[in-house]
Design a protein around this ligand. Sequence first.
Ligand code: SAM
Length: 229
Amino acid sequence: QLSKRLETAASYIEKGARIADIGSDHAYLPCNLAQKGMIEFAIAGEVVVGPFASAKKQIEASQVEHIVQARLGDGVSVIEAADKIDTVTICGMGGDLIARILDSGNEENRLLNVKRLILQPNNAEKKLRMWLIENQYNIIAEQIISENNKIYEIIVAEPADELPNYAEEDFVFGRFLRKEKSKVFVEKWQNEYEKYEYILNSLDHSQRDVSDKKIEVKKIMKKIKEEIS
Ligand code: SAM
């Protein structure tokens, strides 16, 4: 049984896909999909030896060695052209790190045949969305979910010749998420608002000149208010 977070990411994988799950840790995602007969082939990529060993163990225990291969290596460098990977999943890492992994993948031409990226950043969603758009990936779907008192965003992107216009707010809040304005979305941004309120309060008590910083924080708070009201 996958967590709700990984289940949501998995729901964007098309039947018969050939996936690379980067930073796979226990390889739960590819093993689960292989057991359900959902995928043709998967790489469980890991850069750290401990999680790589866990991935190998899980693949054996799930009896999916004919479908899932654990590979030790940095980011998408574990993908070879012969693997014909069409879907890359990167879940449970910072948005910054995900963007860096994709960036080096682009440089090494490892993503040329990839038709879909399924990403679940733990933070820095804005930075990741900006990377995607700057690199000609269109965001085709987004989800926001809550599990064990944590809120997660899932971002699905595909290479595109033409991109729609993105507003600053689309990068920050998510084009689809801000349209949908789900309960979880409102909860996330209410929490963020409160964090900025706290920052503003501490700035009010600062001895230094923080007027610029205060203007900046107030601007962000106004944007959040507009988005969730
Ligand atoms: N993807 C799983 C999930 O979402 O449940 C595991 C997430 S775990 C928190 C992050 C994993 O990414 C760790 O096992 C870590 O070793 C791996 N990782 C971090 N940087 C990486 C990189 N550059 N290449 C491959 N794996 C990486």
